[in-house]
Design a protein around this ligand. Structure first.
Ligand SMILES: Nc1nc2c(c(=O)[nH]1)N[C@H]1C(S)=C(S)[C@@H](COP(=O)(O)OP(=O)(O)OC[C@H]3O[C@@H](n4cnc5c(N)ncnc54)[C@H](O)[C@@H]3O)O[C@H]1N2
Ligand code: MOO
Length: 394
């Protein structure tokens, strides 16, 4: 058994960095920006009014001052005429200011009588003008790599970037193994259950940029597993679920060895997730990185969070980092831990964390009620309520 940090380091060493592709802006949200992008224009491209009101020469602004309204500037249509000292332009939010040193008096501070306005209330010191380039200028860079947020997408649009270079989505093949499994929607036999892990993992990884393919369930025999590995060809990452332990029907490791897979490691000092394995498929089987997850549903999902998410991010060019940890205060005593790092299902609210009593690695209902995994280091002492623990958001 190797420590979790060593397993992650081995996984990063196996992780291929995928190339980039160009996608339309509307498809770029959530993708990883592959290279820095420069603004194609300046925003705003002209000094613009921030409010609805009247533009007058700055040095003419005073309470009681009167102006003649000689024209109008709207968003999309500037005023092209000349603005004299005693003149005002009716102006609206987003409209270009005329050239010169102007001040926008908001309409609430003005009394209007036909085409004459009087500044009736103190306009304050804010000129209500957004300077040209106040947001960004042509050539301003959006740095990469980064996961494109909705705000990034809006910024790219404003920069007039219609096509975005993004990292390719990792093609991930998910293979459930086991004679006991049927797909959701099917009618299980009396000794069968529904395959859940592939669906949970697809939901998890696709949210982080992967494109997961759920392959047909492999049965607990050599031919069926080999067929599944054939179907997985072309994937960047092949993930098996189940059949990883030491039982007579746990065939994943022997079949992979028989195919010529280079094993990187097997067994990690963690709970759940001990029988994790990783390696590289042989070239004739696509040469993809492979990870074998334990079959227990919570084990598979915890391994997904601790290992697969960092790998999927690294494939897209993001930094090779473990999941970030946060600190919270225990609401109840926490027992001491054995030799494996324990990822305990818990609920964190306002910095206070409650570790669930039931931690068996088959309990998906407990996992679904959790929003955190408390990390108990190997051989750690018991902790009283009120002390702090590290956790990973889940
Ligand atoms: N003698 C020992 N037995 C076990 C050990 C051990 O060290 N010595 N390790 C235990 C641990 S820890 C784990 S974790 C499991 C992992 O076993 P496998 O990876 O071989 O998983 P399976 O036996 O195939 O399945 C375990 C469990 O999970 C269910 N399962 C499997 N795949 C799915 C799926 N896609 N969706 C839903 N449920 C799934 C399966 O039916 C079993 O109930 O081994 C322990 N045993
Ligand atoms: O490691 Mo198993 O994953 O403890 O349930």
């Amino acid at each position: 058994m190797i420590p979790v940090a060593d397993a992650l380091a081995h996984l990063f060493a196996l992780t291929p960095r995928l190339g980039s592709e160009t996608v339309p802006l509307v498809q770029a949200a959530g993708r990883v920006l592959a290279e820095e992008v420069s603004a194609k224009r300046t925003q705003p491209p002209f000094a613009a009014s921030a409010m609805d009101g009247y533009a007058v020469h700055r040095d003419a602004v005073a309470i009681g001052a009167q102006f003649i309204v000689v024209g109008e500037a709207a968003a999309g249509q500037r005023f092209d005429g000349t603005v004299g000292e005693g003149d005002a332009i009716r102006i609206f939010t987003g409209a270009p200011l005329p050239d010169g040193d102007f001040f926008v008096v908001i309409q609430e501070d003005v009394d209007r009588n036909a085409d004459t306005i009087t500044i009736a209330r103190a306009p304050g010191s804010n000129d209500n003008i957004r300077p040209a380039g106040g947001d960004f200028t042509e050539g301003t860079v959006l740095s990469a790599p980064r996961i494109l947020s909705p705000a990034d997408i809006a910024l790219l649009a404003a920069m007039n970037i219609a096509e975005v270079p993004v990292a390719k989505r990792p093609d991930v093949a998910l293979i459930s193994t086991g004679n006991e499994l049927v797909m959701p929607g099917e009618t299980p036999g009396p000794d069968q259950i529904i395959a859940s892990n592939t669906f949970g993992l697809k939901a998890m990884l696709d949210q982080h940029g992967a494109h997961c393919r759920i392959l047909p369930i492999a049965r607990d025999d050599v031919d069926s597993l080999k067929t599944a590995f054939d179907l997985a060809k072309g994937a960047d990452l092949v993930i098996t679920i189940g059949g990883a332990s030491v039982g007579d029907h746990d065939l994943v490791a022997p079949v992979l060895a028989d195919l010529g897979t280079q094993r990187s490691f097997y067994k990690v000092a963690m709970r759940p997730g001990k029988p994790l394995m990783a390696g590289q498929m042989p070239p004739e089987h696509g040469g993809a990185m492979m990870i074998g997850l334990p079959g227990n549903p919570v084990s598979a999902m915890v391994c997904g969070a601790i290992f697969l998410l960092p790998v999927v991010r690294a494939m897209q060019g993001l930094p090779t980092q473990a999941q970030p940890r946060k600190i919270a205060t225990l609401t109840a005593d926490l027992r001491s831990n054995g030799p494996r790092e324990h990822y305990m299902r818990a609920l964190v609210t306002d910095g206070k964390i409650t570790v669930f009593d039931r931690q068996d690695s088959s309990l998906l209902s407990v996992l679904a009620a959790a929003n955190a995994l408390v990390v108990c280091p190997p051989n750690s002492d018991a902790k009283p309520a009120g002390s702090t623990v590290e956790y990973i958001e889940f």
